[in-house]
Design a protein around this ligand. Structure first.
Ligand code: PLP
Length: 391
C-alpha cells in the first residue's frame, strides 16, 4: 500500500516516542533457531488450572458482557481484602479500586489523570521501559533519577531530594524493580516518604512484583504514615499469578484521584475483560498455595543464576525481588547493546541490553531467570564461553 508521509500526518507526540528496544531483540531472537531466551519479562509457568476453569465456568454461565466500569464489585472486594491482608493497606472497594486492562493501562490512566503539560515526573532509572513514553503521552516531562550498582540500584532520599524542583509533581516508584530486581526496606521507604511529604508530591507506586520478594516481605509506601492520601498503588495479576495474557491489573488509591481515573477509563476502555475478572477472583480466593510455590521456585533459580553469573565473570548483586538479574558486563569492554547482539549471534542466548531501560542501565544486561533450570544452566555455559573470549 502507498504510505502517507508520517511527518505530515502523525502527531508530534507519536513521532517523538521511540519504539521499545526490547521488542527489537524479541524479533531478532524469534527468527533464529535454538535460542535460549532470558529476554522475556514474564513467568515461565502457565496459569493455574483452577483459574482457567473459573474463566470457562464464567463463560458457560453467560458472563460475556461488560462489567461495571471499575470492575466486578466482588473482585474489587477481594482485591481490597488481599491488599489489607498482604500489605496492611486499606481501600474502599466501591470508590478506591479500579480494575484495569493490565498494570500497563493502570499506569496510563494514572499519568493521564495526574500530569499536566510541563509537569515533571521523577523516575528511578534504570526502570521499566513504558514509564517515560507514557508520561510524554500525557504531556509531562519524565526526569530520570539515576540509581547505581554500588547501592544495589536502590533509590535514596538524598538522590530523590536533589531532583525535586517547583515543576515536580509526581514520583514513580517501582520496587521490586524491573530491570534491576532492587527492593526497598521499610526504613529506606520511610526516608523517601519524608522527602515526598516535605515537597508535597504524589507517588505512583508500581508494585506489580510485590509478591516476588525473596529476602523480606514487601512493604508498600502507601502503608507508611500520611502516605496513603498521596499514593496511587498499581498492581495486577500478570506476574505473581502467571496471568500475563489475561490482561488484568488494578489501581488503588484515594477516591478523589481514582474517580478522575475512572472517568478516563469509562471513555477509553469501558471495563477490563469480564471473563478474565472471573479468573482473577479465583486467583485471589484460592491461588495462595500456587503463588508460594512459584515464588520458591524463582528464589531457587535466582540463587543459582546470580552465583553462576559472578563465577563466570559477570559481577551481579543479589536482586531482592522480581525475576531479573542485572549483571555488569563492563569488563568485556562491550556496550550493553553490542554484548546482547553478539551473544545472540554467537551463542544463541537472548538477554536485554541495559541501555533500553535508560542511560543508567548501560554497562549491564537484563537476564530473566523465569526459565527452566536446564535452560539457565545451558545459558550460563554459553554466556561463560562468550565472556571468557573477551576478558
Ligand atoms: N510494571 C512493570 C514494572 C512491569 O515490568 C510490567 C510488565 O513487564 C508492567 C508494569 C505491565 O504489566 P501488565 O502485564 O499487567 O500490563
Amino acid at each position: 500500500m502507498k504510505q502517507l508521509s508520517p511527518k505530515n500526518y502523525l502527531s508530534e507526540t507519536a513521532r517523538s516516542i521511540k519504539p521499545s528496544g526490547i521488542r527489537r531483540f524479541f524479533d531478532l531472537a524469534n527468527e533464529m533457531e535454538g535460542v535460549i531466551s532470558l529476554g522475556v519479562g514474564e513467568p515461565d509457568f502457565v496459569t493455574s488450572w483452577n483459574i482457567c476453569e473459573a474463566a470457562y465456568a464464567s463463560m458457560e454461565s453467560g458472563y460475556t458482557s461488560y462489567s461495571a466500569n471499575a470492575g466486578l464489585l466482588e473482585l474489587r472486594q477481594e482485591i481490597s481484602a488481599y491488599l489489607q491482608q498482604q500489605f496492611q493497606l486499606e481501600y474502599d472497594a466501591e470508590k478506591e479500586i479500579i480494575v484495569t486492562t493490565g498494570a500497563s493501562q493502570a499506569i496510563d490512566l494514572a499519568f493521564r489523570a495526574l500530569v499536566d503539560p510541563g509537569d515533571e515526573v521523577l523516575i528511578a532509572e534504570p526502570g521499566f521501559v513504558a514509564y517515560a513514553p507514557i508520561v510524554q503521552l500525557a504531556g509531562g516531562i519524565p526526569v530520570p533519577v539515576p540509581t547505581t550498582a554500588d547501592n544495589h540500584f536502590k533509590l535514596t532520599a538524598e538522590q530523590l531530594d536533589s531532583y525535586v524542583n517547583e515543576k515536580t509533581k509526581l514520583v514513580l516508584l517501582c520496587f521490586p524493580n524491573n530491570p534491576t530486581g532492587a527492593t526497598l526496606k521499610r526504613e529506606e521507604l520511610d526516608k523517601l516518604a519524608a522527602v515526598i511529604r516535605r515537597h508535597d508530591l504524589l507517588v505512583l507506586s508500581d508494585e506489580i512484583y510485590a509478591e516476588l520478594s525473596y529476602d523480606q516481605s514487601h512493604c508498600s509506601i502507601a502503608a507508611l504514615p500520611e502516605m496513603a492520601e498521596r499514593t496511587v498503588v498499581i498492581s495486577g495479576f500478570s506476574k505473581a499469578f502467571a496471568m500475563t495474557g489475561w490482561r488484568l491489573g488494578y489501581l488503588a488509591g484515594p477516591a478523589s484521584l481514582l474517580q478522575a481515573m475512572l472517568k478516563i477509563h469509562q471513555y477509553t476502555m469501558m471495563c477490563a475483560p469480564t471473563i478474565a475478572q472471573h479468573g482473577a477472583l479465583e486467583a485471589l480466593r484460592n491461588g495462595r498455595e500456587d503463588v508460594d510455590k512459584m515464588v520458591a521456585s524463582y528464589r531457587r533459580r535466582r540463587n543459582y543464576f546470580v552465583k553462576a553469573s559472578n563465577r563466570i565473570g559477570l559481577p551481579c548483586h543479589m536482586p531482592g525481588g522480581a525475576f531479573y538479574a542485572f549483571p555488569s558486563i563492563r569488563d568485556t569492554g562491550l556496550t550493553s547493546e553490542q554484548f546482547a547482539e553478539q551473544l545472540l549471534q554467537e551463542e544463541r542466548v537472548a538477554v536485554v541490553p541495559g541501555s533500553v531501560f535508560g542511560a543508567g542501565g548501560e554497562g549491564h544486561v537484563r537476564c530473566s531467570y523465569a526459565a527452566s533450570m536446564e535452560a539457565l544452566q545451558t545459558a550460563i555455559e554459553r554466556i561463560g564461553r562468550f565472556v571468557e573470549k573477551r576478558l
